[in-house]
Design a protein around this ligand. Structure first.
Ligand code: DGL
Length: 273
C-alpha cells in the first residue's frame, strides 16, 4: 500500500517546540516535519489567552499552506488557550500537548500530580481540567515558573547555581506536596529535567508533555490506514518569524542535533486567510 507523503506540521512560540520535534523524530523517524517557531512574538506564556489564540490561529493557518496530514501544537500555552478553536476551525486532526501530558501523568501514578508551566498555561487551568476529566478525585498542585523560559533560552544548564536557586524557589510548595508525577508543562522544561528530578527526589516521576504528545501522534498515524510515509529518513524544514541564523544556532540545543534548513517568514505573512 502506498504511504502518505504529506508532512506533519508543528508550531510553537519559538525554539522550545523543538524539544517536541525531537520526540516526534524519535517516535516517527520516517516522517517529514515542517516546523514554525514564532520567535518574533515569543513568549506566549506571559500574554493574554485572547492574544495567544490569535497567534495560534495565524501560525496554524500558515502551516495549512503545506497541506499537512496532522498538526501538532507543541506549545503548552497555545494548546491551553487555543486547542478548541483550532479543532473547530481546521479540517484536520490536531494533537496538543496538554491532554497527552495529563493522560501520561494519570497513567503513571495513583498519587497526587504536580504541574509546572508558564503563567498563562497555569492561569487557564487547562492541565487541572484535563486531569479532572480523566481522574476526578485526583489532587493537583500547580506552579507557574515564569523565569525558567528566559533562563533556558540564555543557555544556562541544569547544574548552574542560578538555575538551582530559581528552581528551589518555584518547587518548594511542590516538594512538600510530594506528587507521584510532575508534569513538565512547558516546552523548555525538559532541558532542566536533571535539576528538577534532583530537587523533587526519586518518588516523583517527571512527565514530558512533549514525549506524551509524540506518542499520541504516532498512535494516531498508526491507527490510520496508509497514513505513514514510506521510504527513507524523514526531513525537517523550519520556518521562523525571528532571525534564521539565531534559530539554527540556539535551536540545536533543543533539538539535540544540527539544524540546516531554516527560512524566514514575516508575522505579516501568517495572517489568517
Ligand atoms: N512554548 C511555551 C510553552 O510551552 C513556552 C515559551 C513561551 O512562553 O512562549 O508554554
Amino acid at each position: 500500500m502506498a504511504g502518505d507523503g504529506r508532512p506533519v506540521c508543528v508550531f510553537d512560540s519559538g525554539l522550545g517546540g523543538l524539544t517536541v520535534v525531537r520526540e516526534l523524530m524519535e517516535a516517527m523517524p520516517g516522517e517529514d516535519i515542517i516546523y514554525l517557531g514564532d520567535s518574533a512574538r515569543v513568549p506566549y506564556g506571559t500574554k493574554s489567552l485572547q492574544t495567544v489564540q490569535r497567534f495560534a490561529l495565524e501560525d496554524a493557518s500558515f502551516l495549512m499552506r503545506h497541506s499537512p496530514k496532522l498538526l501538532v501544537v507543541a506549545c503548552n500555552t497555545a494548546s491551553a488557550a487555543a486547542i478548541d478553536i483550532l479543532r473547530a476551525k481546521l479540517d484536520m486532526p490536531v494533537i496538543d500537548v496538554i491532554r497527552p501530558g495529563a493522560q501520561a501523568a494519570v497513567a503513571c501514578t495513583d498519587g497526587p500530580i504536580g504541574v509546572i508551566a508558564t503563567e498563562a498555561t497555569i492561569a487557564s487551568g487547562a492541565y487541572v481540567h484535563a486531569i479532572a476529566e480523566l481522574a476526578p478525585e485526583r489532587q493537583v498542585c500547580s506552579a507557574a515558573c515564569p523565569l525558567l523560559v528566559p533562563i533556558v533560552e540564555e543557555g544556562r544548564r541544569d547544574d548552574d547555581p542560578i538555575v538551582l536557586h530559581v528552581l528551589g524557589d518555584y518547587l518548594g510548595r511542590l516538594q512538600r506536596f510530594r506528587p507521584g508525577a510532575l508534569i513538565l508543562g512547558c516546552t523548555h522544561y525538559p532541558l532542566l529535567s536533571g535539576a528538577i528530578a534532583k530537587l523533587m527526589g526519586p518518588e516523583t516521576e517527571l512527565i514530558s508533555s512533549g514525549r506524551a504528545a509524540a506518542d499520541r501522534a504516532k498512535e494516531f498515524l498508526d491507527s490510520q490506514p496508509a497514513s505513514s510515509r514510506t521510504g527513507g529518513a524523514g526531513t525537517l524544514k523550519c520556518f521562523t518569524t525571528g532571525a534564521p541564523e539565531r534559530f539554527a544556532h540556539l535551536g540545536q540545543r533543543f533539538l539535540g542535533r544540527k539544524i540546516d534548513n531554516v527560512a524566514f517568514v514575516g508575522t505579516d505573512e501568517l495572517e489568517t486567510r
